[in-house]
Write a protein that binds this ligand. Sequence first.
Ligand code: GLY
Length: 264
Amino acid sequence: MKKGSGLDGAQAAVSFMEESGSFNCGRGACLTAEGKVELDGAVMWGKGLAGAGVGSVTCTYSPVSLARWVMENTEHVLIGGERCADYARLAGMRIENVQPSKSSWAKFLVLKKEKSHAKALEMVRKLNMGETVGAVAVGSDGIPAAAVSTGGRWLKLPGRVGDSAILGAGIFADSRTGAACATGTGEEIIKCALSFKACEYMRETSGPEAARKAVGFVTKTRGRDTAGIITIDIRGRVGASFNTEAMGRAWYDQGKGRAVAKIR
Ligand code: GLY
């Protein structure tokens, strides 16, 4: 970023996507097996490994904003469940009774028609109904940051918390290396500590190469169709890699002086 902190930038990008209703996060989130919305999110700032996540949130469409408050106002790195509403109130956030969007509810009804849970999950996979959102940025101070937000997995068990609430799994930032943010099957991403791994690779290599190596690792150990990752190293080199058919992504290209977006 030419001006301002990477954390503000990454959080602003994710908040915009939470509010848009177009992704699996915030107002557009996927639904649990009971047809409810439960959101996860996190922020991390490379200086001093500051960060926090929130899991299974039902009181706000913006878990990323609540995670930022937890990071700045508590000594904890993970808060979950109903009591999140107490902290959202303390943060001065509007308390919502989060509800499924019309489009998520329509998808849920289609999935629920499928008697076999395994077949319903196969339908989710084929339709590529994932779309966790995340952003990474290096601030004008040179400090990398990341932010992430998600509804998690379609038809997840109530109370399930995924990688996007967990530092090191769905998100990581370290001022010595860079920042990373993952999307995909949370359980596999957690087992691989994927975002931490990508940042560790950046000790030796660039952001783009670290993204490729991290996805290579998850593909080798957990299989294809499991994850994607975006990275930025402290020199501002952005990377993206995935082992799924597609992963929507966009970045500011300094050479071209404009934003670039890609899906495949
Ligand atoms: N990557 C989002 C989730 O599995 O919760």
